[in-house]
Design a protein around this ligand. Structure first.
Ligand SMILES: *Cc1c(COP(=O)(O)O)cnc(C)c1O
Length: 812
């Protein structure tokens, strides 16, 4: 659906700052100049978040965008004649207003889903449950914010019978805006927990805010423990699930059978009994929500039960993992629709580890009937440089028109699995994206490297969030150098670096030349500083454009001679000053001599000058920190004067960023904070980036007095239930965690280790718990506590996680 600029101008009652073509047609909302699909039809909204969209107008223009919504007039518009610029008070509100208008064109029911947890899973399950007989639209992934909801609703079209839209809030006042856009006829409230309580005064305030989504709804579906009728507008009909006999869907009893659960329900005076393939409380509650929704929509219980039994515990997030033969897999095998395909393609572009890209794609739900959808899909796929497309589903003639050298079509997943070994996959990125019923997890199984049951999950969204959090603490013109040394503090090299490159950090830093080379071969173009370059590696340094830290006179002279030999001029280096760390670096009194050497040569250019704070987070040493900074500033002045040119000055590490604004200078060096660790516990909105997870391989009932593990040191003081898990000191789980010093978490309960830690395994005391083989175990429920228990710091625990532990990256 398209809108003209003229229409939009009138709708916003905005100020027509410059109108080149009032009939220009718009069909795409653009909020990020890096994410544009069809620029000619794009309308750019200069949103103001951590970054100011007004700073990216030129980027957007260069991408081909000609229509802009802004809140301030920027000089750059004077250069262009062929643009439409509308000025409004509030750009986000304008976007939401347009979306509201768009939404009001459709009369089919919209189900609005909110709650603290389970929103995405309930949405996805409802999608699966309704899809057999309806055209269902669901908002992609967790697009549930002020911007996310707007973008989701923008995709509504005549093609659908019903839509599922997720809404999330993080502070008071936000739900009102979402409600205006979504206008749900049916509401689903999943639950309330403590997540995001941060910006609210109380749980009640948070709940009341969430309930605003349903103020004009006809029906609300919720657990009776969470919501009562008196909390709602009288006109809203409340349908409840729970264990009381007043509930519309009443859970009478349940029984765990292995990883499954048998539920016994009463619905409209009838009793039903069936098995679901889950055993955790959250999944059971989400199932009850779904049953109540379907029941409310008029489905009969036998149909509901039949469909519910096919639900699977699905990975909701896109995952990036290592594949066979050097490939990287982007596994998004749980859904396929235009919107989420767009996101997956974006991610593929962003994670450009291999020049060659393959996409394995199933037919979209409903594609057959809709020509419009086919042409959208064709547009999406043509915009990407794809070497190989493997299509599963009906053969469409337009597939052959795509600019793809290697196109293969399979009628179903089974046929493709049979043929998989004949396809010469090697060193490429493979995006696997299929609708649920195609069961592409079978392909993922074949194409991914096996793990031994222990994985480090890395949440790339959390990493982005943390980067933004620190960016918001520094002035916009201060550069960010991101520390990716030691395998990005244990969380992976090019996967993390690619994300940082996408977010346009200014510099990356590694410890050794090898680490830099690895990043370069994975397509990282950002400037890279090397902290401890070895003279043996100068060749490689030069070849890969890596920039050394220079910390001593010998090193300086050696590097200059090397560059002379290779006739290289103006090579960027980073001079390190020792202001108290006493590790590497020149002393301030050596600076005059450094200047002397530098002024007699042209091989080296001082790109930056820096020092490292010794105890920036520790109040005891504030005076020392201050003296470090003044020594540094003084030396920087001497150096600038001596060289006759300026350079980037930097000093702050993570704690410095938070605690010492005067240390921000021209650039900050962000390390541990990026990975979600705040040693000073000052930042509330950092998110945990990595979770180390293992699994239970065996469970034993043992009697009081028996022993567990080597040397019989794990003596049992009571009859016990003992679980063996697949992680040991070879994986980086320190031997000091033995004998209950370490605590892991199963089903939200802390469980101590028993006996010594073995090389590949260790044992946990799970007495009194209902644990099954295969259950997931969180190794460091609280990494600060774990570090303290063995007298170390979180940094060490993270970087010691062995490289044999498979890293899996998530992106939403
Ligand atoms: C590792 C390192 C940092 C980052 O320190 P964090 O405490 O992790 O933020 C900054 N500068 C230098 C020189 C480093 O070696």
């Amino acid at each position: 659906m398209m809108y003209t600029i003229d229409f939009i101008l009138k709708l916003f009652a905005g100020d027509p700052f410059k109108i080149f073509d009032k009939d220009h047609l718009i069909s795409e909302l653009v909020y990020d100049s890096r994410k544009v699909l069809s620029p000619a039809k794009g309308l750019f909204f200069a949103l103001q978040g951590v970054r100011d969209g007004h700073d990216f107008l030129k980027d957007a223009y260069d991408q081909g965008i000609r229509s802009f919504i802004v809140s301030k007039v920027v000089p750059v518009f004077q250069q262009w004649d062929d643009v439409n610029v509308i000025r409004v008070e509030d750009v986000l509100q304008a976007m939401q207003h347009l979306v509201q208008h768009h939404r009001e064109r459709f009369n089919y029911p919209i189900i609005g889903i909110t709650g603290s947890n389970g929103k995405s899973i309930v949405k996805e399950w409802l999608f699966q449950l309704l899809s057999p007989d309806q055209h269902v639209y669901q908002s992609p992934k967790s697009y549930n914010s002020q911007l996310g909801v707007a973008l989701s609703l923008w995709n509504l079209s005549d093609h659908y019978d019903i839509a599922l839209i997720e809404a999330g809030i993080s502070q008071p006042g936000e739900m009102q805006n979402l409600e205006k856009m979504i206008q749900p006829a049916i509401g689903v409230f999943t639950n309330i927990g403590m997540a995001h309580a941060l910006n609210f005064e109380s749980k009640e305030q948070k709940l009341n805010e969430k309930l605003k989504l349903f103020q004009h709804a006809q029906t609300l579906i919720a657990g009776s423990t969470y919501i009562q009728q008196q909390q709602l507008n009288q006109e809203v009909k409340l349908i409840t699930w729970g264990s009381q006999n007043t509930d519309h869907v009443q859970l009478i009893s349940e029984e765990r059978i292995g990883q499954s659960t048998q539920l016994n329900l009463r619905v409209s005076e009838e009793l039903y009994s069936f098995l679901i393939p889950f055993s955790d409380k959250a999944a059971k509650e989400n199932v009850l929500s779904c049953i109540a929704v379907l029941f409310q929509l008029g489905y009969s219980m036998p149909i509901i039960i039949e469909r519910i039994q096919h639900l699977r515990p699905l990975e909701m997030r896109m995952q990036l993992k290592k594949g066979i033969k050097g490939c990287s897999l982007i596994d998004d095998s749980y859904s396929n629709d235009i919107a989420s395909l767009g996101i997956a393609l974006d991610f593929l572009k962003q994670q450009n580890q291999h020049p060659k890209q393959t996409i394995i794609l199933s037919e979209l739900e409903g594609l057959k009937e809709s020509e419009k959808m086919q042409s959208k899909l064709k547009d999406l796929l043509s915009a990407q440089a794809i070497a190989r497309l493997i299509w599963v589903g009906s053969n469409f003639s337009w597939l052959n028109e795509l600019p793809i050298a290697d196109l293969q079509v399979y009628k179903d997943t089974y046929t493709l699995v049979q043929a998989l070994h004949q396809i010469p996959f090697a060193n490429e990125s493979i995006l696997i994206k299929g609708a649920r019923k195609y069961e592409f997890e079978k392909l993922v199984q074949q194409l991914s490297l096996r793990s031994h049951g222990t994985v480090l999950e890395i949440n790339l969204n959390a990493l982005s969030n943390n980067l933004n959090t620190y960016r918001s603490l520094i002035p916009p013109d201060v550069k960010v150098m991101a520390m990716v040394k030691a395998f990005s503090y244990g969380s992976g090299s090019f996967e993390v670096a690619n994300l940082l490159q996408f977010h346009q950090v200014d510099y990356l830093t590694v410890a050794f030349v090898d680490e830099g080379v690895e990043l370069r071969s994975a397509g990282i173009k950002l400037p890279i500083m090397v902290l401890s370059p070895d003279p043996d590696t100068f060749d490689s340094l030069l070849k890969h454009q890596l920039e050394p830290e220079v910390y001593s006179m010998e090193f300086l002279l050696e590097f200059i001679s090397f560059l002379k030999l290779h006739a290289v001029k103006n090579y960027p280096i980073h001079l390190k000053l020792d202001t108290g760390m006493h590790r590497l670096g020149f002393f301030p009194e050596e600076i005059p001599e450094v200047i002397e050497h530098l002024s007699q040569q042209e091989e080296i250019h001082v790109q930056s000058f820096f020092t490292h704070l010794v105890a920036s987070g520790d109040a005891k040493h504030d005076e020392f920190t201050q003296s470090q900074l003044s020594i540094f500033n003084e030396a920087a002045e001497v150096l600038a004067h001596g060289l006759g040119y300026s350079f980037i000055k930097h000093a702050a590490n993570t704690s410095g960023i938070v605690k010492w604004p005067q240390s921000h200078l021209d650039m900050v060096r962000l390390g541990i904070g990026l990975y979600g660790i705040d040693m000073d516990k000052k930042l509330a909105n950092l998110e945990q980036v990595s979770s180390l997870k293992t699994t239970v391989s065996q469970i034993k009932k043992l009697s009081k007095g028996e022993t567990v593990g080597y040397n019989r040191s794990g003596v049992l003081l009571r009859d016990s239930l003992i679980a063996t898990v697949k992680i040991g000191y070879a994986d980086g789980y320190n031997r000091k965690f033995g004998h209950a010093v370490g605590q892991m978490m199963i089903q939200n309960q802390l469980v101590p280790t028993v006996g010594v830690i073995c090389m590949d395994m260790c044992m946990l005391d799970i007495t009194g718990m209902d644990v099954q083989v295969g259950d997931e175990v969180l190794v460091f429920p609280d990494i600060y506590v774990a570090a303290k228990a063995i007298d170390t710091i979180p940094y060490e625990l993270l970087v010691n996680i062995s490289s044999r532990v498979k890293r899996v990256y998530f992106y939403e």
